[in-house]
Ligand binder design. Structure first.
Ligand SMILES: Nc1nc2c(ncn2[C@@H]2O[C@H](COP(=O)(O)OP(=O)(O)OP(=O)(O)O)[C@@H](O)[C@H]2O)c(=O)[nH]1
Ligand SMILES: [Mg+2]
Length: 323
């Protein structure tokens, strides 16, 4: 089971420029030959796999990709400039599908693999191209052809690096929304999150990782209570688990023990993963939370509201992922 990230986009290639009808006019040449240049080709929309990317998140905010048209041809045999191609970078592992036919156009697995998603229209020929021995002063020309247009679906199966494990309302979605551009629904009632949200977390200039906000866990989840087993399946694909406990719980250390037990009942091997514990909502607490845990684990008191403890937590996550 992997997370699936989907995006629907439309790609529109540029139209070709029109060919030109023109004749040479020079001082001492009374009747010049035809000199209309060709139109430039329209720009194409190209999709390329880039291993630096991990989600389709950035594409989500940019739905229509439209390449520029080619310029028209001009006199003196000047050909129109081609429209610039547009390159859409997607994570390696992205499958490109035509939304209308359902056909898989490409499965971009490796860095640099690419597909022309919409081909630019050819430029039209200018009248100079229509000259023949018997036809010395042609006035024919062609219009540029239209560019291809397509509605696509991009699909990426994602392996998340960090999974957020906590009871409902622990502040999982809030954390994701503060450290990434993801916009999960946040509310002060349990089970706000019903399907996983993914966010790409940038840490420093070059490192980034994928964080998965998963529906809240409840006791008995391993027997299928709540969104239980679904939840746990999502978590299985994460290399680091960030357990999250509300500092305002009566006994946060006990909450952690319950979470631990629940995960353990489902799949003990999950607990062999790198594991961290965040105590959330530190801005809202009165006094000091009781945090003597029953087992040794690195604890990070944080607040998504004030930003307290966030840097330390980020560094710790990056270290676990790369380590
Ligand atoms: N004061 C304070 N409130 C917070 C903080 N983080 C989250 N909250 C609040 O806690 C409530 C629950 O937050 P969510 O992020 O939706 O919790 P969740 O863990 O995603 O909950 P589910 O999706 O139901 O499992 C919301 O009202 C948030 O505004 C925090 O750092 N400080
Ligand atoms: Mg949530």
């Amino acid at each position: 089971m992997r997370f699936v990230d989907y995006v629907k986009i439309s790609v529109v290639a540029g139209k070709g420029g029109d060919g030109c009808v023109a004749f040479r006019r020079e001082k001492f040449v009374p009747k010049g030959g035809p000199a209309g240049g060709n139109g430039g080709n329209g720009g194409s929309v190209i999709i390329t796999a880039d291993v630096q990317l991990h989600t389709l998140q950035d594409i989500r905010y940019h739905r229509i990709y439209k390449a520029k048209r080619g310029s028209h041809g001009e006199g003196s045999l000047r050909h129109g400039k081609s429209g610039e191609d547009i390159i859409i970078n997607v994570p390696a592992g992205t499958v490109v599908k035509d939304r209308e036919s359902g056909e898989v156009l490409a499965d971009l697995q490796n860095h640099g693999e690419s597909i022309i998603a919409a081909r630019g229209g050819w430029g039209g020929r200018g009248n100079a191209k229509f000259v023949s021995p018997t036809h010395q002063a042609p006035r024919e020309f062609e219009y540029g052809r239209s560019g291809q247009e397509r509605d696509l679906e991009l699909e990426l199966k994602v392996l998340a690096d960090v999974g957020l494990v906590g009871f409902p309302n622990a502040g999982k979605s809030t954390l994701l929304s503060t450290v990434s551009r993801a916009k999960p629904k946040i509310a002060d009632y349990p089970f706000t999150t019903l399907t996983p949200n993914l966010g790409i977390v940038k840490s420093g200039e070059y490192t980034s990782f994928v964080m998965a906000d998963i529906p809240g866990l409840i006791e008995g989840a391993h027997e299928g209570k709540g969104l239980g087993t679904q939840f746990l399946k999502h978590v299985e694909r994460c290399s680091v688990l960030l357990f999250m406990v509300d500092a305002n719980d009566e006994d946060p250390s006990d909450s952690y023990r319950k979470l631990y037990d629940e995960v353990n009942k489902f799949s003990p091997s999950l607990l062999k993963r790198e594991r961290l514990l965040a105590i959330t909502k530190m801005d809202a607490i009165v006094g000091v939370p009781k945090m003597a845990t029953f087992e040794p684990i690195d604890i990070y008191p944080i607040s998504s509201v004030s930003g307290e403890g966030m840097d330390a937590l980020m560094q710790a996550m990056v270290k676990r992922i790369s380590g």
